[in-house]
Design a protein. Structure first.
Length: 112
């Protein structure tokens, strides 16, 4: 339930801007959000891996609205997977079909 709450908050641009940009917002969200860049996620993953735990990475957001957003999301996940492989991280990715354009255009489904 708490996760759903934070996902909804992440969809609000004003609140998301506060959480990503302010020190208070970063402190409050740090338990749930590794950071705003792939490098942040890699660093957090390495720290958690050192504790002997597996990590599942998720790019927050979903329900892309056009092909450009879909391609951007796919490219981001490709970069994350490349980092996991190159750094031999004990991690996987969690992909939401709606974030990959599943409900944008049927023609996109096999092209990403």
């Amino acid at each position: 339930m708490l996760r759903s709450f934070f996902v909804r908050l992440s969809e609000n641009r004003t609140i998301r801007g506060f959480a990503e940009g302010s020190s208070v917002g970063k402190r409050l969200s740090s338990r749930f959000v590794a950071g705003t860049s792939i490098q942040d996620a890699v660093a957090a993953t390495q720290a958690v891996n050192r504790l002997g735990m597996h990590v599942s990475l998720d790019n927050l957001g979903e329900n892309v609205t056009n092909a450009e957003e879909t391609r951007h999301s796919a490219q981001l996940y490709e970069q994350i997977l490349d980092e996991i492989g190159e750094r031999k991280l004990d991690a996987n990715v969690s992909v939401k079909l709606t974030h990959m354009g599943f409900d944008v255009d049927e023609k996109l489904r096999g092209t990403l």
